[in-house]
Design a protein. Sequence first.
Length: 333
Amino acid sequence: AEDGDFLALDLGGTNFRVLRVKVSDNGLQKVEMENQIYAIPEELMRGSGVQLNIKDKKLPLGFTFSFPCHQTKLDESILVNWTKGFKCSSVEGRDVVSLLRKSIKKRGDFDIDIVAVVNDTVGTMMTCGYDDHNCEVGLIVGTGTNACYMEEMRHIDLVEGDEGRMCINMEWGAFGDDGVLNDIRTEFDREIDMGSLNPGKQLFEKMISGMYMGELLVRLILVKMTKEGLLFGGKLTPDLLTTGHFETKYVSAIEKEKEGLQKAHEILSKLGLEPSHEDCVATLRICQIVSTRSASLCGATLAAVLRRIKDNKSVDRLRSTVGVDGSVYKKHP
C-alpha cells in the first residue's frame, strides 16, 4: 500500500532540500509534506566530497541527485561528472549513495534506509504522474536544465527485452558538446564557456539555464555595449565588470510588467552606474532577448522529445503531460 512516512533529500543546484512526506492511502491518496531548504555555500560546491555529505524510527529515504550519473541499480549511482558550478573532489567516478550512507552512519543519530536514487527530472515526472497518468516527460529549468521521457524498450539497446517502456534521463544540458550547436552559439556563449569550471561541457545548459542566463549572458552583453559607447555614456564600473554581480533574479525583476524599468534603474544604480531612461529600456530589452532565446531553445528541444513519443506511438495526435520544475520556471515572469 502507498502509505507511511518517507524521507527525501534533493541535491540540485543552488539549494539542498530535506523533506518528510506522509502518504495516507485511505481511498483519497492524501499527501502531506514538510520541508526545509538550505542554500549551498560556494565553498561546499567546490570543496571536498567529505564536506558536501555532512550528515528515531527507521525511515525509507529517496535521494534526488541532479547530476550526470551511470545508474547501475535502483540504489546505486556513479557520478560521471559535476555540473552547475560544483567541483567537489573525490566524488566523480564513485557511488553517491554509498557516500551518503557513510556520512549518515558517521553521525550515528539516524537510522535510515536509502531505497532509491533518482535524477530530479525523473522525480518531477513521477510526482506529476502520481496525479496525471498522461505524464510522460519530466523537465527541469532552474540553476541547470535537463529532461527525461518514457521510451519504448524496443529502442533501448542497453537492456534486454522489447516489451514495455523505460524512463530515459536525457542529460540534455550536454546537447551541443559535440559541436552541433556551434552555428547558433554567440561570442557571449563562448566567453561563458571558457570562463566556466567545465569548458566544452554542458553547452546547451550554459545557453539557457538560471546559473548563466542573467549573471553571465546579460552582464557580458551590457559590458560589451558599454565599451562600444552604446550604454551608460560608455562608462564602466568595477561592479559591472565583476563576475557574480548581476544575478538571474535581477533579470526576473527587470522583466516584470509594471515595475520593470524602475527595477532596472535600481539594479543598475546599485552597480554604480548612472542609467538614463534609454539605458533602462535597453537593459530591459536585453533581458527579454536572453530570456526569449532561453525559452525558445527549451521549447524546441521539448518539441523534439514529444515528437519522438508521438512517433513511437504511431498516433496522429499526441495527448501527453509534461511535469516541470525549477527556479527559472517557477519564478521568472
